[in-house]
Design a protein around this ligand. Sequence first.
Ligand SMILES: C[S@@+](CC[C@H](N)C(=O)[O-])C[C@H]1O[C@@H](n2cnc3c(N)ncnc32)[C@H](O)[C@@H]1O
Length: 314
Amino acid sequence: MAYRTWREAMSEALYGRGGFYRNPGAPGRHFRTAAHTSPLWSRAWLALAERVYDALPAARRPGFTVVDMGAGGGELVSGLAAAAPRDWRLVGVDVAPRPGGVPDRVEWSAAPPADVVGLVVAVEWLDVVPVDVAERAADGVRVVEVDATGSERLGPPVDAAGTAWLDRWWPLAEVGDRAEIGLTRDGAWRDLVACLRHGIAVAVDYAAVPARDAGGTLTGYRDGRQVRPVPDGSTDITAHVHLASCGGTVMTQREALRRLGVDGRVPPYDGDPGRYAAALNDASVAAELLDPDGLGGFGWLIETRGIALEDCFP
Ligand SMILES: C[S@@+](CC[C@H](N)C(=O)[O-])C[C@H]1O[C@@H](n2cnc3c(N)ncnc32)[C@H](O)[C@@H]1O
């Protein structure tokens, strides 16, 4: 069976003909992201978008746009459609076809628009941008190759660009240590930020921590379970993102959401049972989104253009 780099195998298995992400609604069927928790998630993004809007000079506000890059089942952008001002433009971007049920006011596109003034958000997108995998062998650092069954072998030495990236961001100290080379994610993030003229771009993802992730982080998800990564189109294949190498400001989701006013504390009873039940539900979802050992430990990678970070995260 033919061996290829993980980058080539991932590209075909996820995005080729019949690839995992070519099916509408694949994310919601196979794993759970913050977008699947509750409307609290889209309310937090609406709060951020409003801060961006307020921070822009009035002359720049017409055409204000929110782009959801890698929008998946469209849950976040649909939540925004219910509450965002009517004159804002909302765009879901995905290689998958437009999912059913996405409100009419949402545009759906295979590529992000250019010259965005507003907010560009990418939740769990960078972790599925295909990557090369490297492993330290006795004779140096080599590219890991894989066949369609998921069987691996060591290939040629990592090239100069990959070696420079590993030396700087994820050194492989011992034989058997592995890493995902983040060059493709760095480039994908650069390209996405290039679409932003004024406002903010935010990527939210599992953060790679080289000191912890000595064996690398490549893995698979199928039908709600973590499984061996097999590049045959049946399985999501993902690897954590080295956020610092992408460039920009990095903070944890817990910190970012708190600075946006999300609060996991149980509210005092105010005498209205219905309102109290809703507030309790919000508090429990907020606690899940803020959990430092769960979603709250995700990283937020942030770039601003023409506004200050403190305008959005005071
Ligand atoms: C892990 S899912 C996350 C979906 C959604 N953001 C969520 O939080 O539930 C990643 C999504 O990114 C999409 N995607 C990956 N690369 C893309 C690209 N270059 N252009 C558009 N969409 C892409 C995939 O099709 C998939 O729907």
